[in-house]
Design a protein around this ligand. Sequence first.
Ligand code: F6P
Length: 343
Amino acid sequence: MRLAVLTSGGDCPGLNAVIRAVVRTASNEFGDTVLGYEDGWVGLMEDRRRDLYDDAEIDRILLRGGTILGTGRLHPDKFKAGLDQIKANMEDAQVDALIAIGGEGTLKGAKWLADNGVPVVGVPKTIDNDVNATDYTFGFDTAVSVATDAIDRLHTTAESHNRILIVEVMGRHVGWIALHAGMAGGAHYTVVPEVPFDVADICKAMERRFQMGEKYGIVCVAEGALPKEGTMNFSEGDTDQFGHKSFNGIGQAIGDEIKERTGYDVRTTVLGHIQRGGTPTAYDRVLATRYGVHAARAAHEGKSGQCVALHGEDIELVPLEDAVGKLKVVPEKRYQNAQALFG
Ligand code: F6P
């Protein structure tokens, strides 16, 4: 058999570990060959591909961040209009099954292809950890480690200067990175997109710290967080052609507001794409590798329309439709756990 693999959407640490595991499993267990399409769906439509061999080069990509295949975004309308081209390209390359590695948008595309007769298996990825139907996506642990390390460093400088430091982390629609990094890094307040915040509450928590002699504070803010209506001036960013919201600097806005209301010295750090780059943590390498092994097996066995997923300790196959349509948000009770430690 011949399998194809592609990576689509925003990159994330662990993509190469999946590619490596797919190539090695396909070759070791089945004697299958694998090719990679470049730059996600775009490369599939433009027939930009290359063979991936089970060799020393593939072996060494385990530690490498990003994706050796490149990634890209394609508007759903263009994608759907290219169905015949996609089928023709795959036929020409003698591809029996495609493994699509991506977030919710990519998995939606994979489901649509499977529904239209293209054999596809999905692999969920994103640092945001917002794909439904799986406990964790790879990339998340690395992003949380990077953000936690940053918060650890902010503590000492904040304490030395008696400052409030705001750290803005990624999380377009969900606050998993903020929740975990805020808790692991001992932030004194965390805000997530799922729960609109009142900046007065953050000010109160910071003032309490200063009154108790702890004259500094760390506030961890997810980039997609929004204030409760009427509590603070802030205008949301526009939406791009893929339906992705652009950001207007909620971390900076919160910092400015705290400064104005309390008079404390405040600084804001935006971590941005640092959280998405670099080598994956051991946890992400293992999860990505396990996903790759199971995806290669599923593709070889003709299990189209399925997606690999982590459930507890096990990797299982779930219908792609369970992974799309709705994001995995931070449940209220998880945020309440974090709230217990604010101030
Ligand atoms: O990778 C997920 C995500 O990290 C979001 O949290 C973030 O807003 C977005 O990607 C930014 O990606 P890009 O700059 O590539 O559009």
